[in-house]
Design a protein around this ligand. Structure first.
Ligand code: APR
Length: 234
């Protein structure tokens, strides 16, 4: 059953390209993380099993870098939308730049660098900020702590809620993602026909049906889109 479209609701789906101009690397661009590291080794349950210390080192470095990064004009523009709209941000990003910019409804689909969790079947979750996780550091249930990040092959968090949010949005703004990773990428398919749909990135293999593709840096494109949407409410 499709939910009602809420006329004042905007859903933003963001990816690493949004944080690129804050100095954080993307994954699949030429200088992206997956050109420097093997995701099988540092971002999969198999990699964790084989060499947990390599996985911890990879995320410790990213966590330290992310903790130094600042939101950019695109993050701030997205947060500014809340002055006139009900905005839900669905992010693949594991940094907290949306929150730092002032967005108040942020759903992390792929986890968060600032959290760690145990490795039991019902893991406890801890906010660790920018602190590293080391081998031998245990959860209170006695299991090794790991990054609270969704690795390849693991279930994406909150995906059903995310689908409901996209399906009930009057405007959908997709920014800084190559739409390479499922099921998150499939969220664009549940955007409604009569919703206004915009995709901003630098390159996309195939523009999702019904989306208006705006090529360019997020810090240039997003403030312009936001200003247009805010002017519609004045
Ligand atoms: N402004 C706008 N878009 C940009 C910018 C920029 N300054 N720089 C890069 N981009 C775009 C690129 O064109 C590309 O389409 O951001 C996108 C980044 O794509 P990916 O590197 O594939 O990152 P992302 O889509 O976030 O990856 C999704 O893959 O490895 C997993 O879990 C990881 O969450 C990640 C998921």
């Amino acid at each position: 059953m499709k939910p009602e479209i809420q006329p004042n609701k905007i859903v933003v789906l963001s990816g690493s390209g949004l944080s690129a101009e804050s100095g954080l690397p993307t994954f699949r661009d030429s200088n992206g993380l997956w050109n420097e590291f093997s995701w099988q080794e540092v971002a999969s349950p198999e990699g964790w099993k084989a060499r947990p210390e390599a996985v911890l080192a990879f995320y410790n470095e990213r966590r330290a870098k992310a903790s130094q990064a600042l939101p950019n004009a695109a993050h701030e523009a997205i947060a500014a939308l809340e002055a006139a709209y009900d905005v839900v941000v669905l992010t693949q990003n594991v940094d907290e730049l949306h929150e730092l910019a002032g967005s108040t409804k942020v759903v992390h689909l792929h986890g968060q660098l600032s959290y760690a969790r145990g490795t039991s079947d019902s893991p406890k979750r801890y906010c660790i900020g920018s602190a590293p996780i080391v081998l031998g550091q245990l959860c209170e249930d006695g299991t090794q702590l790991r990054p609270d990040i969704v690795w390849f092959g693991e279930d994406v968090q909150h995906i059903e809620d995310a689908r409901q949010h996209v399906a009930s949005a009057a405007k959908v703004l997709v920014v800084g993602t190559s739409l390479s990773v499922y099921p998150t990428a499939s969220l664009v398919k549940v955007a409604r026909g009569r919703a206004e749909k915009i995709l901003n990135c630098l390159y996309i293999g195939k523009v999702p049906y019904g989306f208006n593709f705006l090529r360019g840096n997020a810090t240039t494109v997003i403030p312009t889109v936001v200003e247009k949407w805010l002017s519609q409410t004045r």
